[in-house]
Ligand binder design. Structure first.
Ligand SMILES: Nc1ncnc2c1ncn2[C@@H]1O[C@H](COP(=O)(O)OP(=O)(O)O)[C@@H](O)[C@H]1O
Ligand SMILES: [Mg+2]
Length: 320
């Protein structure tokens, strides 16, 4: 018994981050695929890793999942340094690889059962059925995997990555080639995983996907993390708002010193609100109304994550 009336096993242990990457470097003969990446990921979040082709996303995932041999740096998963013990954490990790790779001779259900065996979990047919259902593969369960379409193969890869109930899942371009409706179902499923406490690291070309799912966003280019930020905060900080006003009749000139532009036909006005600089959209609209301009319609639109990504990448390039 300890002094505080508890046994040692009752003392809460400090919770290590699910993933803790420090100064990770991966050098290939011609370039550095990872150039000093440091990143911490906490339990239960959906983290989206974004960046152009060749930025180092798959290499980073590979280094964490033991598929790529790092040049230097440390990777800890669930608090365990992979240099000390690369095996134990693996049992609680799942990976949906970017490339489709599985044995074409087994059926869908067989390949999921084999995967459970591979991870050393007891056969759990309920889990397999649940995943088949969630990924709309139930009707294909007894077909050989070679008979699946591209989108179905990708869904099977997702099922395989989840069949042993991992605590940390990497989804590398999970919805490439998946139909639009199914993509929405997958998003719902990823949210359900998070609700169950699973940590999800996602890379994607569909910025809409990251916008929809991510709690935090990391932007990587040329092996360097340019930014890591909570998604809503990022969009608030860097998101521009567009305002468009349509006039009922031709307007000859804007009120003096009003920002924004009048179209050449005098029938519309456009303004981009930039966070932290220049006037707010509301002020600009107020001035238009109080000047008595013949406003017919007002529309506003928010910046997409895509615009923000492009801007950060451009600034990153300018800084190097
Ligand atoms: N096996 C390899 N040999 C040499 N270069 C590689 C290898 N794998 C990846 N690279 C290079 O490393 C960089 C990062 O690749 P990758 O991590 O696949 O990028 P992403 O997934 O962001 O598109 C790219 O320039 C790529 O060409
Ligand atoms: Mg990749």
């Amino acid at each position: 018994m300890l002094g505080n009336g508890r046994d040692w096993w009752q003392v809460p242990r400090p919770v290590a981050p699910v993933l803790d990457v420090d100064s990770l470097m991966k050098a290939y003969p011609k370039q550095r695929a990872l150039d000093g990446v440091s990143l911490t990921i906490e339990a239960g979040e959906i983290f989206a890793l974004l960046g152009p082709n060749g930025a180092g996303k798959t290499t980073l995932i590979g280094a964490v999942c033991g598929l790529v041999r790092k040049t230097s740096g440390t990777v800890k998963v669930f608090g365990i340094d992979l240099d000390v013990d690369p095996v134990t954490p693996r049992y609680q990790m799942g990976l949906v690889p970017q490339e489709i790779n599985f044995d074409p001779f087994f059926t869908v259900r067989e390949s999921l059962r084999i995967q459970q065996g591979y991870f050393g979990v007891a056969p759990d047919l309920a889990r397999i059925d649940e995943l088949l259902e969630a990924l709309a593969l139930t009707s294909k369960a007894d077909q050989p995997t070679r008979a699946l379409s591209g989108g179905m193969k990708r869904r099977l890869l997702i099922a395989k990555a989840l069949v042993h109930r991992p605590r940390l899942v990497f989804l590398d371009e999970p919805t490439a080639g998946v139909d639009v409706e199914l993509r929405r179902d997958l998003w719902a499923y990823v949210r359900k995983l998070r609700a169950e406490g699973t940590t999800v690291v996602l890379t994607t070309h569909y910025l809409e996907e990251a916008e929809e799912l991510a709690d935090r966003v990391g932007i990587i280019d040329q092996g360097k993390l340019l930014l890591v930020e909570e998604k809503t905060a990022l969009m608030k900080r860097l998101g521009e708002r567009h305002v468009k006003v349509r006039f009922a009749s031709k307007v000859a000139a804007l009120p003096a010193a009003l920002e924004g532009t009048l179209s050449t036909d005098g029938l519309s006005y456009a303004f981009v609100e930039q966070p932290a600089v220049g006037p707010r959209a509301a002020e600009v609209l107020q001035r238009i109304f109080s000047a008595g301009l013949p406003v017919a319609d007002v529309s506003t639109g928010s910046a997409k994550l895509e615009d923000i990504l492009l801007r950060v990448l451009k600034q990153g390039k300018a800084a190097t």
